[in-house]
Design a protein around this ligand. Structure first.
Ligand SMILES: *[C@@H]1O[C@H](CO)[C@@H](O)[C@H](O)[C@H]1NC(C)=O
Ligand SMILES: *[C@@H]1O[C@H](CO)[C@@H](O)[C@H](O)[C@H]1NC(C)=O
Ligand SMILES: *[C@@H]1O[C@H](CO)[C@@H](O)[C@H](O)[C@H]1NC(C)=O
Ligand SMILES: *[C@@H]1O[C@H](CO)[C@@H](O)[C@H](O)[C@H]1NC(C)=O
Length: 462
């Protein structure tokens, strides 16, 4: 964890956060000329999950290939795509370019040749990754508008390509979901797996970790340009990923009209998760998963917490996920649990695997109120997961001992946050551990238990 907090710099104070949210709202306004559900109505695209590859190819051959491509841009951008064969769209946190004519990609120097004489762009660099974080880990892709001197194709493909980077802050479940998996879903799901992935900054372990998800989004083998220095030709291309905010999907801005609910359903199908709703879990005691952190924002008195949880009647599972955690197994564990408890941090991202009606309880350390609510609180509600926050008192932070009760770090976190990211990170993210007041925390868990019982009761009444 930790790296995700780079973003806290942006959100250092709540007023800044408010401005950002506003900017988001403005940045994502498009003129809308299609309804989100148009895609479903086209024959062959609505119900093709089970059909064979050859059917898909036949359908694609019949329908203009640029159908799913042009759905990714709207308004002026779409007009430009239709007239020149190439258009880019950027907003606050993402940039992507679309070509609906043949492109050639030279894998050796990550150069995409777009043979579009009318396009105004002659050369352009793009980082194929959401721009929420510093992008030094992401290699640029060069787009060149060129009609002569094109390299010749070593391989011809008959479906479009999506170029994205697996660089960035991989190794952290939050970033992997927030900046890769959800953006990939937003950008590619409506292609119905009929596109090829070129994955730059290719990390084999990451591709392996998410292979189930990736292979449901693309039915083809992934291309790693670093080991495959050939020239590949595609009938169309998407370069970059759409991004809709922290663990967010905005269904009115997704070609297939997908919502967070659809995304969760997609995950559940991908990992064969049994429980759609928490009341389907048949266990003697409700299972509570406690995300244990090793380094920062660690629960100093974890054992004491576990005892209290067990006394309340939970079966407690303490787990410490790491970047190599096997998602096949871990998602199953999460999907059988009723309550997830963790301190603010990447581990909270596991709420995506909870069944609807389960409760995510986030322990909010000093100075991290905004981040806690916006990274995991709001998204939980979008997912149909119930969400409770336990805001610690200053005495429950180890910063209280380190700095003393009268120090500004303890008395006025806002003023430290106002100094900027580095200052805030140094204390609240990296230096803080938590000694939970078990008696006080108990009340939050009683509430969590009540919420689960309520949803079981209402299900049995129905
Ligand atoms: C979602 O997208 C639509 C269309 O682009 C936009 O009008 C709306 O403001 C967006 N909603 C959010 C919460 O960003
Ligand atoms: C493609 O179009 C041809 C001719 O219009 C039609 O006979 C065929 O069934 C179509 N194939 C698919 C898969 O839609
Ligand atoms: C990319 O590399 C090829 C050789 O593989 C070269 O011909 C071409 O000029 C390079 N493109 C750019 C834009 O540097
Ligand atoms: C390079 O990519 C092409 C097209 O995807 C593939 O057919 C070929 O086997 C790859 N070559 C190597 C050495 O990976």
């Amino acid at each position: 964890m930790g790296k995700e907090q780079n973003r806290v710099v942006l959100c250092a104070s709540s007023s800044m956060a408010f401005l950002l949210l506003l900017a988001w709202l403005y940045a994502s306004v498009f003129s809308s000329d299609v309804t989100p559900f148009e895609a479903w109505k086209l024959p062959g695209f609505g119900s093709s999950l089970s059909s064979k590859m050859s059917d898909h190819e036949a359908i694609l051959a019949n329908y203009s290939l640029d159908f799913p491509l042009r759905r990714l841009v709207r308004g002026d951008d779409r007009i430009q795509l239709d007239t020149t064969g190439f258009a880019c769209h950027s907003d606050l946190y993402s940039e992507l370019c679309i070509a609906n004519k043949e492109v050639r990609i030279d894998n050796k120097n990550l150069t995409v040749y777009i043979p579009s004489s009318q396009s105004q762009i002659s050369r352009k660099n793009i980082k194929p990754y959401p721009t929420t974080n510093p992008l030094h880990l992401v290699t640029s892709v060069q787009i060149v508008n060129e009609e002569t001197n094109l390299p010749s194709c070593n391989f011809n493909h008959n479906v479009p390509v999506l170029v994205f980077s697996s660089g960035g802050f991989t190794g952290n479940l939050f970033h992997e979901m927030d900046e890769l998996i959800i953006p990939l879903f937003i950008t590619s799901r409506h292609f119905r797996s009929n596109l090829k992935f070129v994955i730059t900054d290719y990390k084999a372990w990451w591709v392996n970790k998410y292979s189930r998800i990736l292979s449901r989004l693309s039915r083809y083998e992934f291309i790693n340009p670093a080991v495959n220095g050939s020239v590949n030709c595609f009938p169309g291309a998407v370069i970059g990923l759409k991004f809709h905010g922290l663990l967010a999907l905005n269904r009115t801005d997704i070609p297939g009209g997908y919502s967070m609910f659809d995304f969760k359903h997609f995950l559940a199908q991908t990992y064969n998760l049994k429980h759609t709703n928490v009341f389907e879990i048949k266990r003697e005691k409700p299972v509570l998963i406690l995300i244990s952190r090793e380094k920062t924002r660690r629960f100093v008195n974890e054992d004491e917490m576990v005892v209290m949880m067990e006394e309340l009647g939970f079966e407690v599972v303490v787990t410490r996920p790491n970047r190599m955690s096997n998602l096949n197994k871990f998602s199953e564990l999460l999907n059988s649990c009723s309550v997830l408890v963790g301190a603010h941090g990447a581990g909270m991202t596991n709420e995506v695997f909870l069944p609807a009606g389960a409760v995510a309880v986030q322990v909010v350390p000093l100075g991290l109120d905004w981040a806690s609510t916006n990274y995991f609180g709001e998204p939980a509600r979008e997912m149909g997961v119930k969400y409770l926050e336990y805001k610690i008192e200053p005495e429950e932070s180890t910063l209280f001992q380190t700095y003393g009760k009268d120090h500004v770090v303890v008395t006025d976190p806002e003023s430290i946050l106002a100094k900027g990211y580095q200052a805030a990170r140094a204390v609240y993210i990296d230096e803080q551990n938590l000694k939970i007041n078990v008696e006080r925390f108990r009340e939050t868990l009683v509430q969590a238990k009540q919420l689960i019982e309520d949803s079981s009761d209402s299900s049995s009444r129905n």
